[in-house]
Design a protein around this ligand. Structure first.
Ligand code: SUG
Length: 418
């Protein structure tokens, strides 16, 4: 079977809550202290996967991590019961749901050894995400154990790496040699630049990418300062199409010139600030959409409901489609629970170009498997989590039992204590 794009979505874990842990992520900090709906959140994620399947796309999953992360707390010489409230929140976060931050992926057709390379992201900038990588690595090593893949450990600290959220790939076909674009930040006004150029360069070297077909591009300070803590909040690429906000990059002219030189057929769709302000783009997550190639060969954009609810954004999209732009179809999905923590449709997925036969089948889904997962979520995921409940041992026991039940259902019990 040929290599195709598979979207691996993070199943939203039973500890999903609003602790406001990510400075620079405006939605997450705005919703700090709100009551979360873990069950509804996870079911929204499942519905998005079903929508992808019904478009004829391939779908995979990554699994919720063990939360609270007792191992991490042990390294801090404490336990969940004794930890300060901010450490409890950092140990409990369900942030591994945002699979775009799991790893950077270079498909086999771009790499020197002809294998698909994955580098797990260290996520060192945010304490609550800095302890994700060991379990992510364990999952990637299971899912991609076949010799068609090479799975790498994290780039060492202090070089921040946030994975595919700061990486774009353009290629005439998914399985053809492409141009890989690594977007790093230097400064972000009051907010941290989470992706460091040194980390991006290390990932490109490990993956054996051709330096002549690899670009390193600086994200604009203005975008980070406005709340675009990852590049995928202001830009997304697929196939021959780059879809970006006018203020996404520090020097878009030289980036676009470099891209056109490497890929003359590239279609750059830039949304001017005069039509959609950076603030509207970030609040609506216009660019945190899944830009996908449908089986018909046409390009579709899978957007959050917030994009349809933002008049400047929806007007721009309607005009683009009516004007025969490269994006031909708009699909709207409701991932509001994830959005309220700053994670849109594109944050929830990791793209891997692979022959599905080389992927561990436990990490691939069809409608029937999603039905079974949804039934388990209905039965086990807490309905609500209020911030003042996160110290409650009964809630923690329920969260831990829910994850174990899912791993049992999927036959991945070896991950319970990775
Ligand atoms: O890292 N939110 C995530 C959202 C990640 C979105 N991913 C991409 N853009 N690819 C983050 O800021 C909030 C969790 C909390 O506050 O509890 C959080 O981690």
């Amino acid at each position: 079977m040929p290599r195709v794009e598979i979207n691996f979505d993070g199943i939203i874990g039973p500890s999903h809550n609003y602790a406001g842990l990510s400075p620079g992520n405006l939605a997450a900090t705005r919703n700090q202290g709100a009551v979360s709906l873990p069950r509804a959140a996870a079911l929204q994620g499942i519905a998005k996967m079903r929508a992808n399947l019904s478009l004829g796309l391939r779908q995979g999953i990554l699994l919720p991590h063990a939360r609270p992360d007792h191992r991490w707390l042990e390294t801090l010489a404490t336990s969940y019961a004794d930890a300060a409230p901010h450490l409890q929140a950092q140990a409990l976060s369900a942030s591994a749901m945002w699979a775009a931050n799991a790893a950077t992926v270079s498909p086999a057709s771009d790499t020197e050894d002809g294998r698909c390379h994955l580098s797990v992201a260290n996520l060192v900038t945010m304490p609550h995400r800095s302890h994700e990588w060991p379990e992510t690595l364990a999952q990637l090593r299971l899912a991609f154990a076949h010799d068609a893949f090479r799975v790498h450990g994290p780039v060492p600290a202090p070089f921040g790496d946030e994975g595919a959220a700061n990486h774009m790939r353009l290629a005439p076909e998914h399985d053809a040699p492409g141009v890989e674009v690594f977007v790093y930040g230097i400064s972000g006004g009051p907010f941290p630049a989470r992706q460091h150029r040194e980390a991006s360069e290390a990932v490109a070297r490990r993956h054996g990418l051709d330096p002549a077909r690899t670009l390193f591009v600086q994200q604009s300070e203005e975008a980070i300062a406005a709340g675009a803590f990852h590049n995928d909040v202001v830009a997304v690429a697929n196939g021959r199409v780059l879809f970006a906000h006018e203020h996404a990059f520090a020097d878009e002219e030289s980036f676009y010139a470099g891209l056109r030189r490497l890929m003359p057929e590239v279609e750059i769709v830039e949304v001017p600030a005069a039509a959609v302000s950076l603030a509207d783009a970030i609040a609506s997550y216009l660019f945190n959409a899944q830009l996908v190639t449908l089986p018909s060969g046409e390009t579709a954009l899978i957007l959050p409901t917030e994009a349809r609810a933002t008049p400047s954004v929806w007007n721009w999209l309607q005009a683009h489609v009516a004007g025969n732009g490269p994006i031909r179809h708009l699909e709207v999905v409701d991932v509001r629970q994830s959005m309220a923590n700053g994670g849109g449709p594109a944050c929830l997925r990791l793209r891997v170009v692979a022959d599905p036969a080389t992927v561990d089948p436990r990490f691939l889904v069809d409608d029937a498997k999603l039905d079974r997962i949804a039934a388990l979520i209905e039965a086990h995921w807490p309905e609500t989590i209020a911030q003042d409940e996160i110290g409650d041992p009964a809630l923690i026991a329920r969260i831990e039992a829910a994850r174990c039940a899912l791993l049992d259902l999927l036959g991945t019990v070896e991950l319970i204590d990775r």
